[in-house]
Design a binder for this molecule. Structure first.
Ligand code: NMX
Ligand code: MLT
Length: 435
């Protein structure tokens, strides 16, 4: 499918000169002031990165190349008019910058199916770990182990000219994304189904095949997996997994290393682990309250006790968003459409009524609204994917699309090594006292 690579190059290569021109002619232009507060609270709001694939608006949520999730759920090609778009289409959009034709999407599906072979030593690395190793430990180790296959690394070491880096990066990225469903499903079946593995079906689409290899073959699960893979794919460049992948890539590390590092960031409780933590926390709550159908008042009491214990309410809050995450809404719409009655989904819906006013009343919490992780676990659980320690792996498979599409562009633009400056606390104290 060389034509997709060529189309990407045709569309994006003109940006190389735009990038160079900005650097040369406008390098001195002041963008913004940076406050001590921003530096001391996680660099929030500092325009510090170039990311073309998506942009997050605090009050609207994510837009992929300008398109919102509701727009994409209408416009991206799908297999069935009733179903969800194929994530392959979102990848094309993020990479090329245009809504693809159905044929383009089918071609990416086919291309990824032909690239999906995972070398045996990657399975051996997974199998060398105890089954009790966290799924994200196994997932990131498998990704790093696959760096043996990096064509970018080989090309770099053979002395290739830097203007061709992106081309080798493209092939690595396509191979890597193609193989992640197989690796994820292998870990899932290994840990939870006594190593009874299911072979890929190359006729299936990328997300449908993932559901199939996990052993969940209904049309509805495949639709859910397509939605899940689409909405988790990217969240501009500053989130921990995207920023880490980009940063490690800036040292010209191969994309297997870069994504492996990004996945380790995703594994943290304030980031992608939150999708497991929501379910853990709900089950802890049910145990504490000794009921499967807690009342609104009981849930309110438990939320208050969580805060009093100095813990966060998982699935709520966001570093950038100041409204309900549209990814939460997309999942709620899916649940409203397909699920008639489910105790866990009901609890998640009640939490949506109960939690925001409580968090809002605390005073210091910038965003009391739910994020993507507040809903995803309940949906997966409903469809029989009950193994919550695995949920972050699914987030990671999806996130690979956005962060790796960006990595190809990083190398096409020729972005340099990223190296901000750091100062001791004393320096900030001095700045605070300077008029
Ligand atoms: N429950 C309790 N306290 C919270 C919450 C929450 N859900 N969200 C923020 N806070 C606290 C936060 O811990 C901080 O407290 P302190 O000053 O004592 O350190 C204070 O409110 C101010 O934090 P914010 O500026 O509102 O949030 P920040 O940008 O630092 O963090 C999150 C953003 C997402 C890390 C934070 O809201 C959080 O921990 N949420 C729960 C975990 C979660 O759902 N993470 C998933 C995010 C999405 N994803 O998939 O990555
Ligand atoms: C994400 O999807 O990366 C999370 O919502 C976290 C973020 O955007 O900071």
């Amino acid at each position: 499918m060389e034509y997709i690579k060529n189309r990407f190059y045709e569309k994006t290569s003109k940006c190389i000169s735009e990038y160079q021109k900005l650097r040369k002619e406008h390098g001195d232009k002041v963008l913004t002031e940076v406050t001590i507060g921003q530096v001391l609270t996680g660099m929030k709001g500092i325009p510090a990165l170039i990311t073309d694939t998506s942009k997050l608006d605090a009050n609207e949520g994510i837009r992929f190349r300008g398109f919102s999730i509701p727009e994409l759920r209408k416009q991206l090609p799908r297999l069935n008019p009733e179903g969800e778009p194929l994530p392959e289409g979102l990848f094309y959009l993020m990479l090329v910058g245009e809504i693809p034709e159905e044929e383009d999407v089918i071609n990416i599906s086919k291309d990824w199916a032909t690239r999906a072979h995972v070398p045996q030593h990657v399975f051996d690395v997974i199998d060398a770990m105890p089954k009790t190793a966290r799924p994200m430990t196994q997932f990131s180790a498998a990704i790093v182990a696959m760096a043996t296959e990096s064509v970018f690394q080989k090309a770099y070491r053979s002395g290739i000219h830097k203007k061709y880096y992106w081309d080798f990066m493209y092939d690595d990225v396509m191979n890597l994304i193609a193989r992640l469903p197989r690796i994820a499903a292998y870990i899932y079946r290994r840990v939870y189904f006594k190593d009874k593995h299911i072979e890929p079906d190359p006729r299936l689409d990328w997300a449908g095949n993932l559901a199939h290899m996990m052993g969940h073959d209904s049309d509805e699960v495949k639709r859910l997996m397509r939605l899940y893979m689409m909405i988790h794919a990217d969240h501009e460049g500053g989130n921990v997994s995207a920023h880490t992948t980009h940063l490690v890539g800036s040292a010209l590390s191969n994309p297997y290393y870069a994504l492996g590092a990004g996945m380790l960031g995703l594994a943290g409780p304030l980031h992608g682990y939150a999708n497991q933590d929501v379910i853990n926390w709900i089950f802890e709550m049910l145990e504490d309250l000794n009921t499967n159908e807690p009342t609104k008042e009981q849930i309110e009491g438990y939320v208050q006790r969580t805060l009093q214990a100095g813990r966060v309410v998982p699935g709520y809050g966001h570093a950038v968003l100041r409204v309900t995450d549209p990814r939460f809404t997309a999942q709620k719409e899916f649940a409203d459409k397909y699920i008639k009655e489910d105790k866990l989904v009901n609890i998640v819906n009640t939490l949506y009524e109960v939690v925001p006013p409580i968090l809002g009343s605390v005073g210091k919490i910038s965003n009391p609204w739910p994020n993507v992780d507040a809903y995803s676990g309940a949906l997966l659980y409903h469809y029989g994917i009950k193994e919550h320690p695995f949920y972050t792996v699914l987030f990671g498979v999806s996130r690979s699309m956005g962060v790796l599409a960006s990595l190809i562009m990083d190398r096409l633009y020729g972005l340099p090594i990223e190296r901000p400056s750091s100062y001791p606390l004393e320096w900030f104290k001095e700045q605070a006292n300077t008029k």
